[in-house]
Design a protein around this ligand. Structure first.
Ligand code: AMP
Length: 454
């Protein structure tokens, strides 16, 4: 790391920027700010691998603001593309605070709201435009927005952007913006898709990385529970978050939007007055309200998905609870990174089922650390209800060795607690019922028996 930029005094900034830094209470530049300053200032293309919370927004804004001169021109000179409306609002707010003492106009545009109103705002003139790719492109097509004066392009959260399928809007925009421009891209992870995008559109970017992958933040306590299925996971979640004094601000991650909805509807009766939900199928107003209610402390619990939560700058989360075990270990790191921020103590709790054992082990492998296992409290009701994806029939398992492992008695890839071994034998509940009532108690059993008789 360059020692040259270890202090904001080394950046040769204007008084206005120093005042803003003092107002914001930033003592010293973060790692990404130190590393990105010189290459961005020199006009090079930059690829930054850094997640939210590392101070990446200020990392690219600082050199850009340092160079941005007052202008009365209408069309923007800096274009910042971000994947979601929430991020637009957040970035606009952050940039406005950085440029508080400068005469800089920052405007945010995003889909789902009246394009004419936004067009009128843009037409009044702006220096920095922050927007989602779809809306930015539509405004350009409507001839309200002109790209000819753009010299700096920032694409933030590229991985999420590609994940959401914005590649077409992005490439359309690239083709319209003047070729002589500086490109800055930021992403939490490096993926093959990003590499391909860079290959196609960007010349020799300087790579800067402050990725946290693999290093669990020291101040985060991590625990896990073995839970046999999704609905039992909901029962466990309900049991845990009922301890209001401990679970003061809880961010709950689910694998899909549908699962987020199920968790919400199951817990609504008990926690509805203090619980919100945010995912990309919810209306924009609903999402903003949910996030605000959680941020302000009116709601104690927020249910979300990976894509929605990434990039949100949520403060002081006491617990991150993962209802599923992410297949990509990095996603687990991102999730738990939402707690324990700014050196505060945080807690991360992972629920994993039999199918998720290998994903959990991959996470532990990346962290080089085992997650402490806790026993599911006795009073948590074990559900026999299954999600369609949990009801995979034999022969449809993705892992062909799965049944083999069971036959060998290994159960999984690691030694489980006795209690869990029993549960994992499969069908225990049914067998017990059968023993007790001497006949099948479930519809499925009857159908199977009738088939056998034929
Ligand atoms: P970001 O990664 O851009 O989303 O920033 C995360 C948070 O860190 C924001 O709330 C910023 O205001 C804050 N931040 C940015 N730079 C610094 C810094 N040098 N010192 C302390 N906090 C910072």
């Amino acid at each position: 790391m360059s020692t040259e930029y270890s202090d904001f005094q080394d950046f040769n900034l204007s008084k206005q920027l120093h005042y803003a830094i003092a107002d914001l209470g930033f003592d010293k530049p973060t790692a990404i700010q130190q590393k990105a300053f010189a290459p961005i200032l020199s006009g090079k293309n930059v690829l930054g691998i850094a997640q939210t919370g590392t101070g990446k927004t200020f990392a690219y804004m600082l050199p850009l603001l340092r160079e941005l001169k007052f202008s009365k021109q209408i069309q923007p000179r800096i274009l910042i593309l971000v994947p979601t409306r929430e991020l637009v609002l957040q970035q606009v707010e952050q940039i406005a605070s950085y440029a508080k003492y400068m005469s800089i106009r920052v405007v945010g545009v995003y889909g789902g709201t009246n394009i004419n109103t936004q067009g009128q705002t843009v037409a009044q003139g702006c220096d920095i435009l922050v927007g989602t790719p779809g809306r930015v492109y539509d405004l350009a097509m409507a001839n309200v927005l002109k790209f000819k004066s753009i010299t700096k392009l920032v694409i933030d959260e590229v991985d999420v952007m590609l994940d959401l399928g914005f590649i077409f809007q992005l490439t359309n925009i690239f083709e319209l913006i003047p070729e002589r421009r500086q490109n800055m891209m930021f992403s939490a992870t490096m993926t093959d898709e990003i590499a391909a995008l860079i290959d196609q559109f960007f010349i020799a970017p300087v790579n800067i990385s402050v990725a946290i992958s693999g290093t669990p933040l020291e101040n985060i306590q991590q625990y896990c529970y073995y839970v046999e299925n999704f609905y039992t996971k909901i029962n466990l979640l309900s049991e845990l978050i009922d301890h209001k004094n401990v679970y003061q601000k809880v961010l709950v991650f689910t694998a899909t939007k549908k699962q987020a909805d199920i968790v919400f509807s199951r817990l609504e009766e008990r926690f509805g007055h203090e619980m919100g939900i945010v995912h990309s199928n919810k209306s924009q107003n609903y999402r903003i309200k949910s996030i605000e209610a959680f941020e302000s402390g009116n709601n104690r619990i927020l249910i979300t998905t990976d894509v929605m939560a990434r990039g949100l700058d949520l403060d002081k989360i006491s617990h991150v609870i993962c209802m599923d075990t992410p297949n990509y270990p990095e996603n687990y790191m991102h999730r738990i990174g939402r707690t324990g921020r700014a050196e505060e103590a945080g807690n991360a709790i992972l629920f994993y089922s039999e199918k998720e054992v290998s994903a959990k082990e991959a996470i532990e492998g990346l962290m080089k650390k085992k997650i402490e296992e806790l026993d599911v409290p006795e009073q948590v009701e074990r559900s026999t209800e299954l999600l369609p994806e949990e009801r995979l029939r034999p022969g449809k398992h993705k892992n062909p060795n799965r049944n083999l492992k069971k036959r060998e008695g290994g159960g999984a890839f690691h030694e489980k607690k006795d209690k869990n071994k029993k549960v994992n034998l499969g069908g225990k509940y049914r067998r017990e019922l059968k023993k007790k009532y001497k006949k099948p108690q479930k519809r499925g059993d009857k159908i199977k028996n009738n088939r056998k008789k034929k």
